[in-house]
Design a protein around this ligand. Structure first.
Ligand code: ATP
Ligand code: MG
Length: 790
């Protein structure tokens, strides 16, 4: 076996230094596309192959499950090449196919299988599958290893059952989504329901505090955790129990984190506890055979709304490196070459991000040619924008033989923007996939079957039980279910215990008693075989024996047919999971289904145009990128427009978008847009003003060059108040009105509303107005909108 890693020749000297670093803390900071993720992957490979680190001693945290999977595949490929060279003296591809397969499978077992690579959530779920039974929260709640993971919709179902069931309140006033959001916020700030209650001056806040307390109890009764708990509980468990922390600290000698700029405090705590065994990071000095390696880019920090905090990255050296001598050189590597994008694209990205004040300036040298100019296009409205984009994609795909559909991405600020693009893509029969649309695992039929499976492993999961008790219909009505739920509450038993007690079912089940008993017996049969069957076989049995598939067949509609296909796909997912994972029991399969994230659904094998939000595009790259909807209030989002820190985050998001492009970048905006139901004139994004015209083909709408109708006059406005229909279409110029938050206005289409935000000043002013009912909040340009003061 050779002693120098030939694969290190695929790296530049700085990357190599990062990869070859063995013990101690190391921070890699660098701009987009400079090979940070590549360095992290190669480092894992290098630790195993050349430092002989046991793969089981490595923990690598990636941003998506998909990135985790890719990292494993990449390591397997690197090693297989290497082993082929070492053992046969020739490249892998020169071996007969059977030997290739055997070699790769051997490599996988020896070097890859035991690696822990995944998202924070997936890794925490894995730790808790080992140790959650040793944890007790401060209210005395406990969980078993069979716990369910409640995704956002399960969590909201639980909140709703508390609001409408236990507290008998209106779910419109206490919307489950916003209540759940408030609870999540409190949890992440470390507040107990009692502490949260003390902060609440009004009735609504006190009700939310009450729901919060009940929510915690109910989650524990369901033997379930929500996404927040998945991160918080391991941290608390480690703080509570030294020997458990000691075990995991000892196990994970090398911890690596990608996209470290988007780490929040809880995730930081987890990393720090694991690395230092609970000691304060600053005094930690025991780096023998141990490392902490994080990579990130402060300019790409885009998750502050989920409490991510990029100062954690900025403090890394100080934090983990204080105990070291020469910490400057030992704990920091900067990568300064960009391998992804052409020089034009890079210059564009740099020009934009320089407008942020909160950043550390850094060098990013292009390694590729100048490339094509950036194309900026202004469309009439969102439909014309979509037609332009799809037209370009079709033309380029035809003209350039080496461009495939998968090489194009359309990136937007909000999910709602995808609709117009989808319509035109369908019209032109261009294959596409929307990343972060309804996740496969969020579809009703898939969630139903998963709920059956969750009941098989975790019978306390009442949220799942209630989902399937009458799905497919088995004549168990709402009144019966309510009676059973009340009985369970009075007897202080999980609902499941009531169902398996024939006496209780007879008493409370009324005419449905027989149906209930058959249902319970069926679940018990599956529970009895669950440990001995692979997940895919159980999926199959549950789908058929529950009558679910039969019910879909008898519906006979196209929709039912689609649902059946999705269920077949679920079985395929289980089969695939078994292929890819040694430990592929039902429990781990269910865990992976709950944690599949938006960005994971981007399927590389399929040749499709990708549509996704800018947030989902992090870490990815595409030869051709369309950055669409560059308009005030949309991007930057209106909520950020009067908050300088939030505006900087929007700018970072734009930087992320630009730097996804490898060869060609298009930027588009529209004169008017129908969004959230109403058509509004649109003002070009201020980010467009910040881009250098010389890099752009097409006119950037720089301030002052815009063609705008003149501002409305006071007198025209007041005459319109009297009779909106007779308002003269052209309005004479007048000094702009100084709009005030709180002021009431009359809009010709939306009626009376109140100003909630005023953005910018003078000629550049736009305002946000809240209108009653479903119209909601709108961002308007007061010079163009049919608006009068009241
Ligand atoms: P981001 O900040 O967007 O996450 P990154 O810094 O993680 O980007 P990578 O995705 O690792 O960058 O790399 C960007 C591209 O450059 C990839 O296609 C990668 O394969 C390529 N690349 C990285 N390093 C090198 C190198 N030394 N030589 C050639 N290509 C490289
Ligand atoms: Mg990366």
């Amino acid at each position: 076996m050779s002693t120098v890693a030939p694969f290190l020749s695929h790296l530049n000297p700085s990357q190599r230094r990062a990869v070859e670093h063995f013990c101690g803390p190391l921070l890699v900071v660098a701009g987009a596309g400079s090979g940070k993720t590549r360095a992290l992957t190669y480092r894992v490979a290098n630790l195993i192959r050349y430092h002989h680190v046991d793969p089981a001693n490595i923990l690598a945290v990636t941003f998506t499950n998909k990135a985790a999977k890719e990292m494993k595949e990449r390591i397997e490929r690197l090693f297989s090449q290497q082993v082929a060279e070492d053992e046969y003296g020739k490249p892998l591809s020169a071996l007969p196919e059977r030997e290739q397969v055997q070699l790769r499978s051997r490599v996988y077992k020896t070097y890859v299988k035991d690696l822990w690579v995944g998202t924070f959530h997936a890794l925490c779920a894995r730790i808790l599958r080992f140790d959650i039974d040793k944890y007790k929260d401060d209210r005395g709640n406990t969980w078993t290893k069979q716990f369910s993971i409640f995704d956002e919709s399960d969590a909201q179902t639980l909140v709703k059952s508390i609001v409408t069931g236990d507290l008998n309140l209106d779910s419109k006033t206490f919307e489950p989504r916003s209540v759940r959001y408030a609870i999540s916020n409190a949890k992440n700030r470390g507040l107990s329901p009692e502490e949260f209650q003390q902060d609440q001056p009004n009735y609504r806040g006190r009700v939310i505090a009450d729901v919060y307390g009940r929510y915690i109890t109910k989650l524990a009764e369901n033997n379930a955790l929500d996404f927040d708990d998945l991160l918080l509980i391991p941290v608390r468990l480690f703080q509570q129990n030294e020997s458990i922390l000691g075990y995991w600290h000892h196990r994970f000698r090398h911890v690596l984190v990608d996209e470290y700029q988007d780490t929040n405090r809880t995730q930081y705590d987890l990393i720090r506890l694991l690395v230092t065994n609970g000691e304060p990071a600053r005094t930690y000095g025991n780096w023998n055979q141990r490392s902490a390696f994080v990579v990130g880019d402060v300019d790409q920090s885009i998750y502050s709304f989920r409490a991510a905090d990029f100062t954690i990255l900025m403090e890394f050296q100080h934090d983990f490196g204080d105990g070291l001598d020469d910490k400057e050189t030992q704990t920091l590597v900067k990568l300064e070459e960009n391998y992804r994008s052409t020089e034009n694209i890079l210059q564009m990205a740099n020009a934009l991000i320089q407008n942020n004040s909160q950043r550390i300036d850094k060098v990013l040298r292009p390694t590729r040619g100048t490339g094509e100019s950036i194309i900026c296009h202004r469309a009439d409205d969102e439909i014309a924008e979509a037609q332009y984009v799809v037209g370009q994609i079709r033309a380029m795909e035809q003209e350039h033989p080496d461009l495939n559909w998968r090489d194009f991405a359309i990136l937007y600020r909000t999910n709602a923007q995808s609709r117009a693009f989808e319509e035109v893509l369908v019209q032109w029969a261009v294959p596409y996939s929307v990343v972060g649309g309804l996740r496969f695992y969020d579809r009703k039929e898939v969630k139903d079957i998963l709920a059956y499976l969750r009941m098989v492993v975790n019978p306390c999961d009442t949220v799942s039980l209630l989902r399937i008790i009458n799905t497919p219909r088995r004549g168990i009505g709402k009144t019966t279910i309510d009676r059973l739920v009340n009985a369970a509450q009075e007897l202080n038993l999980p609902l499941w215990e009531v169902l398996v007690d024939e006496g209780l079912v007879k008493t409370y089940g009324g005419r449905s008693a027989r149906g209930l008993t058959t249902f319970a017996q069926q679940l018990q049969q599956w529970q009895a075989v669950a440990d001995d069957l692979p997940a895919s076989a159980l999926v199959q049995r549950v789908m058929e024996e529950s009558g679910y598939v039969q019910d879909l067949i008898s519906q006979g509609t196209d929709e039912a047919d689609d649902r059946r296909k999705n269920l077949d796909e679920l079985r395929n997912a289980a089969l695939q999971f078994e292929d890819e994972n040694e430990d592929a029991g039902l429990l781990t399969f269910l865990g992976s289904a709950s944690l599949a994230s938006d960005a994971d659904s981007k399927d590389d094998l399929s040749n499709r145009v990708s549509l996704m939000t800018l947030h989902s595009s992090k870490g990815l790259e595409f030869p051709v990128v369309f950055l669409v909807g560059l308009e005030q209030g949309l991007f930057p989002n209106y909520r950020s427009m009067d908050d300088p820190a939030a505006l900087e985050e929007e700018r970072r998001l734009c930087y992320v978008g630009i730097t996804r492009a490898q060869e060609q970048l298009f930027i588009t905006h529209a004169n008017a847009r129908r969004l959230w139901g109403s058509r509004e004139p649109a003002v070009p994004s201020l980010f467009l003003n910040e881009l250098p015209q010389e890099l752009v083909l097409g006119q950037l709408p720089h301030a002052g060059r815009r063609q705008r109708p003149p501002a409305p006059s006071r007198s025209a406005a007041s005459s319109a108040t009297r009779s909106p229909k007779t308002r003269p279409p052209a309005r004479p110029a007048a000094p702009p009105h100084n709009w005030q938050v709180g002021e009431k206005v009359l809009h010709r289409a939306f009626g009376v509303g109140q100003i909630t935000h005023v953005f910018g000043s003078g000629d550049k002013q736009s305002i946000a107005v809240r209108f009653p009912g479903s119209i909601g909040q709108k961002v308007l340009d007061p010079k163009l909108a049919p608006l009068d003061r009241l």
